[in-house]
Design a protein around this ligand. Structure first.
Ligand SMILES: [Zn+2]
Length: 171
């Protein structure tokens, strides 16, 4: 018995394995040559996206308008995206909407890090950077007779700063 390609409305033979979930390589669905190519193209595309871009993508009008099912249903997110064959996906990240989203979207980790640095959610990278320099001066052991309490504080601040550098820092 031949297995039919798992792609929506496709009647070709499914001869190529495609992972069902991003982090689960054990589960596969079978696709025809044409659709495995398309699948891989999209898969690689997502590979290069950061979490923020993926999150925006999920929430974007483009995705919602093209999808026929709810993301919350048993059908997983990636299935829906691939089946929709997203041609103009690149454009949404150039849109002003994404720039707006990027400005305001902050993860819990970043939020915690900002709190450690005595900053608020709206802080821009330049502020974070200059605040870091101030805090290092303030909490440096040399300035505090080697006080252990300040040393720990400085460690925390440094960790918070490196976290924020990863996500908000200038590339
Ligand atoms: Zn197919």
């Amino acid at each position: 018995m031949k297995i039919i390609c798992d792609w929506k409305n496709c009647k070709e033979i499914g001869a190529y394995k495609a992972p069902v979930e991003r982090d689960n390589s054990k589960k596969f669905k079978l696709l025809c040559l044409e659709h495995i190519k398309l699948f891989n193209k999209n898969w690689n595309y997502f590979e290069n996206m950061n979490d923020q871009e993926i999150e925006f993508f999920i929430k974007s009008d483009l995705t919602w308008h093209k999808s026929t099912k709810n993301f919350g249903s048993s059908e997983n997110f990636f299935n829906i995206l691939w089946n929709n064959a997203l041609e103009d996906k690149l454009n949404i990240f150039k849109s002003s909407n994404f720039k707006e989203f990027k400005k305001t979207k902050i993860s819990q980790t970043d939020r915690d890090a900002l709190e450690v640095m005595e900053l608020n959610d709206a802080s821009k990278w330049d502020e974070i950077h200059s605040k870091f320099k101030k805090l290092v001066k303030k909490y440096h052991p040399d300035k505090n007779q080697g006080n252990k309490k300040f040393e720990d504080k400085l460690k925390k601040i440094t960790l918070a700063y490196s976290q924020l550098k990863k996500t908000l820092g200038k590339k």
